[in-house]
Write a protein that binds this ligand. Structure first.
Ligand code: SAH
Length: 245
């Protein structure tokens, strides 16, 4: 039977396949090829800025970031910048996405991963190339819906999107080998620390947006009752908020 959707790009097939006519993707195939070259340059920049994990570099090179932003911003999609995605939120910078995933992934295989703050779905797509199963929670319903639409043409089978308050985590799917928080809280919610597997790692921006004092924090669960915390880079994220809208 013919698929009801037009030919689409499959993240699990070849990286060079082209797609046409997906509702949110107004790019012709020639532009897709151009974006692949631009994306390769982005990956080269990540490499020269110290990202070394080949799984992360590969993931960054196969996920088409331009498909996660408004068509009007697609030309800027491979610059190292956060871009608006509506609802006062942003898509994270490629360098920060790569850095966070490398911090939780290096030296270990990732089975189950939880992301807090799906936004437009970009980081979830990158994580899907590095982990076996990705769960991602978003508190703004239209963004969660948007992420679903953005991901659909990529046919990523191992991402599960949830609409809800990520501060509570996802008890039903816990424990997680890694948790990546894409929004800044004044601390890391205890529910998320509890849902980390022993040996698992959580990365989160911690601090206040108003005071511009956020620090990327890496937490390792060393035992059932102990977590080790390292404070790393200065970063700037949108806030982690309670409840859903
Ligand atoms: N992961 C995205 C980044 C989106 S920005 C990317 O790939 O670029 C961070 C997102 O976190 C926003 O969409 C915001 O609505 C969401 N967010 C903030 N607090 C949240 C919470 N408690 N639970 C779930 N999502 C939350």
């Amino acid at each position: 039977m013919r698929p009801t959707r037009p030919a689409e790009r499959d993240l699990n097939a070849t990286a060079t396949a082209t797609k046409k006519g997906a509702p949110n993707v107004a790019l012709a195939s020639t532009q897709t090829l151009t974006s692949e070259r631009v994306r390769e340059r982005m990956v080269e920049r990540l490499r020269s800025n110290g990202v070394t994990d080949p799984r992360v570099l590969n993931a960054m090179s196969v996920v088409p970031r331009h498909m996660f932003v408004d068509p009007g911003l697609a030309a800027q999609a491979y610059e190292d910048a956060a871009l608006p995605i509506g609802h006062h939120q942003t898509i994270s910078k490629p360098s920060v996405v790569a850095r966070m995933i490398e911090l939780v992934a290096t030296g270990r295989a990732l089975n189950k991963v939880l992301e807090i703050g799906t936004g437009c779905g970009y980081q979830a797509a990158v994580l899907s190339q590095v982990a076996t199963e990705v769960y991602s929670i978003e508190r703004v319903r239209p963004l969660s819906e948007r992420a679903k639409l953005n991901l659909r043409p990529l046919r990523v089978p191992n991402i599960r999107l949830h609409y809800g308050d990520g501060r509570l985590g996802l008890t039903a799917a816990a424990p997680f080998d890694a948790i990546v928080i894409a929004c800044a809280g004044l601390d890391v919610p205890q529910a998320l620390l509890d849902q980390l597997a022993v040996g698992g790692k959580l990365v989160a921006p911690v601090g206040s947006q108003a005071a511009q004092s956020q620090v990327l924090t890496l937490v390792t669960r060393v035992s059932a009752t102990q977590w080790r915390e390292e404070q790393l880079d200065r970063v700037f994220f949108v806030p982690l908020k309670s409840g859903v809208i």
